[in-house]
Design a protein around this ligand. Structure first.
Ligand code: PMV
Length: 350
């Protein structure tokens, strides 16, 4: 019986406070603007992935997500497999005693502990976990930033899930995307009081995929150019300063304004894209009321390509923020207290 080689990992979801929206190269997932995210806690939202390979496996690569076989023939998954295999091959060429893992079929088994493709950044955690698990399997010496270049080709936002804490994805300027990678701005411990709650307004799959949405926005929205070229570069700087200084008022205001700006470009797209619904708008009103009552910004909402609200706040305001939402909604399973670390080695196999 031929040997089976195996490695497992978990990767967290990240939620951008400065959003990625627009591709300058759709094949390589090169963005039209830099973005910045907060990595959420893995105890709540994460993908757990086991990668294995063996000469005894059937000849083609396979991927099982939450028990269902997935198509791995798509260009994005193939790009990740190809890049990781080529890095492994370099190691094998340099050391002939290494087993030729790069030539064996891969079997990937993944589980999400949250709704897939409902605007909860499932592809971010999914591709980050896939890339990290295969990198571990192949014993690649690559840094998280190097791996972020590969994960980005699976799903743009995945490059940020290789890190914990506060993460910047540099848009880069090269044609091959070698400089479109992620860096940690600050670890989670830098701002230990940061919390987030998520209101799962809908666990249904999103109506317009982020790729289709972005392409249509870039092609038709006149607001988009100003956002990508002026607004986001300025806010990236403001946001990084706010994180450095643990200045929640600026962090919160910039987060909300960037979410509004992103959804404005969606509405300005033709045909228009509506990710927010009435419940999303009600959540915005509640956050506004909380801040009005506090006399300052203590809560900040943000929405990805779906209606679910993520609300950031500081631990000392738990009662005023999460408490109020919880009281309004009762025991809603969608609520989580989150803040977390990057990908983690995890011994358990799926
Ligand atoms: O990485 P994708 O293709 O799923 O796009 C993510 C887009 C947003 O979630 C809306 C914004 C972001 O920066 O994560």
């Amino acid at each position: 019986m031929a040997e089976i080689y195996r490695a497992s990992t978990t990767a967290p979801v990240n939620i951008a406070v400065i959003k990625y929206w627009g591709k300058r190269d759709p094949k390589l997932n090169l963005p039209t603007n830099s973005s910045l995210s907060v990595t959420l806690s893995q105890s709540d939202l994460r993908t757990h992935t086991t990668a294995s390979c063996s000469p005894s496996y059937p000849s083609s690569d396979s991927l099982l997500l939450n028990g269902s076989p997935q198509d791995v023939s798509g260009a994005r998954t193939q790009a990740c497999f190809r890049e990781l295999r080529s890095l492994r091959k370099q190691l094998e060429d340099a050391d002939s005693s290494l087993p030729k893992l790069s030539t064996f079929p891969l079997k990937i088994v993944s589980e999400n502990n949250f709704p897939t493709a409902a605007g909860l950044a499932s592809s971010a955690a999914g591709f980050a976990a896939l890339v990290r698990a295969i990198a571990n399997l192949y014993e690649l010496p690559s840094s998280p930033t190097e791996l972020s270049r590969i994960a980005r080709q699976g799903s743009g936002s995945a490059c940020r899930s290789l890190f914990g804490g506060y993460v910047r994805w540099e848009q880069g300027s090269t044609v091959d995307g070698s400089d479109s990678v992620a860096f940690q701005v600050a670890p989670a411990e830098h701002w230990p009081g940061m919390r987030a709650v998520i209101l799962v307004v809908s666990a249904a799959k999103k109506g317009v995929s982020s790729t289709t949405g972005m392409q249509t926005t870039v092609a038709t929205s006149s607001l988009f150019t100003a956002r990508a070229n002026e607004t986001v570069p300025r806010r990236m700087k403001e946001m990084q300063d706010a994180i450095k200084n643990k200045d929640f008022e600026t962090f919160g205001k910039t987060t909300m304004m960037d979410s509004n700006s992103f959804h404005a470009t969606c509405l300005d797209t033709y045909p228009p894209i509506f990710y927010l619904n009435d419940v999303s708008r009600a959540a915005i009103k509640v956050v506004e009321q909380i801040n009005k009552r506090a006399g300052k910004i203590i809560a900040a909402y943000t929405f990805d390509a779906g209606p679910n609200a993520v609300v950031y706040y500081e631990e000392q305001n738990e009662k005023e923020v999460a408490g109020l939402f919880k009281a309004m909604l009762g025991e809603n399973e969608g609520w989580k207290g989150v803040r977390g670390d990057g990908v983690q080695a995890n011994g358990e196999s799926l």
